[in-house]
Design a protein around this ligand. Sequence first.
Ligand SMILES: Nc1ncnc2c1ncn2[C@@H]1O[C@H](COP(=O)(O)OP(=O)(O)OP(=O)(O)O)[C@@H](O)[C@H]1O
Ligand SMILES: [Mg+2]
Length: 225
Amino acid sequence: MTAVFITGTGTDVGKTFVAAALARHLRIAGRVVDAIKPVVSGFDPAAPTASDSGVLLVALGKSVTIEDIERISPWRFASPLSPDLAAAREGRSLDFKALVAFCRKRESACAGSLIVEGVGGVMVPLDVTHTVLDLMTALRFPVLLVAGSYLGTFSHTLTALHVLAQRNLDIAAVVVSESPIPGASLEETVVTISRFAVAIDVIGVPRMRDDATGHPAIARIAQLL
Ligand SMILES: Nc1ncnc2c1ncn2[C@@H]1O[C@H](COP(=O)(O)OP(=O)(O)OP(=O)(O)O)[C@@H](O)[C@H]1O
Ligand SMILES: [Mg+2]
């Protein structure tokens, strides 16, 4: 596997957390790794390190300059909205074909593993006709689906898996990143999702104080790449 597309059951579930830990883990293991987050909503140029692009760059051991951010995140919008709406607020629109071409170019330029973080959940609109699902379908990179352990995650996760399967996308694994709110335990969540997601690896990542780099769950995810 040379590229992996990290999508989620929604926003804020842990895509960047998992992507950054994975990038660090692979780097420490001496592997060549690159990461991109092509589309970012809610980007504040005054606080680049706090952005997903900034977090990924730090995990890659890179500086967080505007040039670095431009290299991994060419489509940045200020409003914390879905990309189609965030772009419209700025009188812009996202060029879907250019987005696909950008991801492919980065994959062929990468001598090792490329981690691609999507935006929001599986079917977030990117422009007036395309969603993230269409981007994943165009790229056909194996998909890592990040979910939470919050109340509601079973339906969100199984629905997401269903639409991914409809497009015949290869699912590398489901990663349950433990949510900070009470719900079923991480273990119960993993077991329940596994029961329905037959033949799919379901990996639980506990809530951690800092980053998850040395954790066995991240090592398990890294083995898939
Ligand atoms: N397992 C975990 N342990 C500790 N903190 C976590 C864990 N998973 C996620 N977080 C934290 O929860 C917050 C939301 O996670 P993250 O930013 O990775 O979500 P996301 O899916 O990338 O969101 P977005 O849709 O905005 O890109 C972050 O502060 C992140 O560090
Ligand atoms: Mg993110």
